[in-house]
Design a protein around this ligand. Structure first.
Ligand SMILES: [Zn+2]
Length: 67
């Protein structure tokens, strides 16, 4: 059979990364880097008690049985 299947989305309707301006992409990259650095350095330099309390609070936030 040689039937053509209709496409749900036209290729022209798909946005490409080049549609986003350079400044917008750089802002996103800088934000992601700052957030990542905050987590890595924040967790790296936080005290053991702070890390424990944070994990404990996360357990409570998720509704897991604790104490
Ligand atoms: Zn608890």
């Amino acid at each position: 059979m040689n039937a053509t299947r209709p496409t749900a989305v036209s290729p022209d309707a798909l946005s490409s990364p080049s549609d986003t301006s350079l400044s917008t992409r750089l802002l996103g990259a800088a934000t992601a880097f700052a957030l990542g650095a905050f987590f890595v350095w924040g967790a790296g330099f936080a005290g053991a008690e702070t890390l424990h309390d944070t994990a404990h609070d996360a357990r409570h936030a998720m509704g897991l049985p604790c104490h």
